[in-house]
Design a protein around this ligand. Structure first.
Ligand code: IPE
Ligand code: IPE
Ligand code: MG
Length: 253
């Protein structure tokens, strides 16, 4: 639009040009269906394209210096979708493991699963376990795959396990609860990105995201490329994370 001066985005893609790189980035990969619909294609084509897109985002995450990438691939609410779509999303995860495990392993990616394995097809459960075990020693990038994941479900499980362990009420602290979540041992996400123009969490990392920075873009997931990812990191660099404090306090730190 004429008359509007837009800040020229920095596209140098070098971590050095950012003041801080978020250690942990989480992405709600949304908009596959609408991407397909826009092109007169079946939703499955959108899921396929969205899966392909992951490659460049993984590569970019390593290049940008992100240490942990968490991707939301299937929510506990996604079981409500038509049976054939649920089956397709399960097959896609299986196919990705079959096709990409070797290369991911060679590239030092540590795969972790967050979510409930129970309820997923048994063969897929085995493959997910195998992918996690094979890559457990890798340390270039931690890739957390949220599959059959729900934030409320995660908290319910944590509470059940805490009770089962016979932990005394006075020993229940925020740190203790964190240690019973699927993300145990990992820092909370610094930045949560959601594609496709939706402004909601959809049950994603509701405990861990309590102080995350949020970034929304109208771009559908299959079109969310390296440049878009970079833009999210640049935006993150303009945020002031106060964690409840005042600006004056932050300046004195
Ligand atoms: C995200 O794309 C993928 C999953 C939720 C599995 P969608 O399938 O939600 O795409 P839209 O939101 O219908 O466009
Ligand atoms: C969130 O997307 C879940 C994933 C990206 C896996 P949805 O498309 O399922 O979210 P809603 O239903 O629009 O909130
Ligand atoms: Mg969606």
């Amino acid at each position: 639009m004429p008359g509007i001066i837009k800040e020229k985005p920095d596209m140098s893609f070098t971590p050095e040009s950012l003041v801080r790189v978020p250690r942990h980035v989480a992405i709600i990969m949304d908009g596959n269906g609408r991407w397909a619909k826009q092109r007169g294609l079946p939703r499955s084509a959108g899921h396929q394209q969205g899966t392909e897109n992951l490659r460049q985002i993984l590569k970019a995450a390593v290049e940008f210096g992100v240490e942990i990438l968490t991707i939301y691939a299937f929510s506990t609410e996604n079981w409500k979708r038509p049976r054939h779509e649920v089956a397709l999303l399960m097959r896609i995860l299986e196919m990705v493991i079959d096709r990409e495990l070797r290369e991911l392993n060679e590239n030092g990616v540590q795969i972790r699963h967050i979510g409930e394995l129970d309820g997923m097809p048994e063969r897929l459960q085995r493959k997910v376990r195998e992918a996690c075990a094979t890559t457990a020693q890798n340390d270039r990038l931690i890739l957390n795959v949220a599959f059959n994941y729900g934030g409320r479900d995660e908290i319910v499980h944590a509470v059940q396990h805490i009770i089962q362990a016979g932990i005394a009420p006075e020993s229940v602290t925020e740190d203790l609860i964190s240690s019973y979540l699927y993300t145990s041992g990992l820092p909370d996400p610094d930045l949560i990105i959601r594609t496709s123009g939706e402004f909601r969490l959809s049950n994603f990392l509701i405990w861990q995201g309590s102080y995350s920075e949020y970034y929304y873009t109208p771009v559908y997931w299959p079109d969310f490329n390296k440049q878009e990812f970079w833009q999210a990191l640049v935006d993150y660099n303009h945020r002031k994370r106060r964690f409840g404090k005042t600006d004056d306090q932050l300046e004195q730190e």
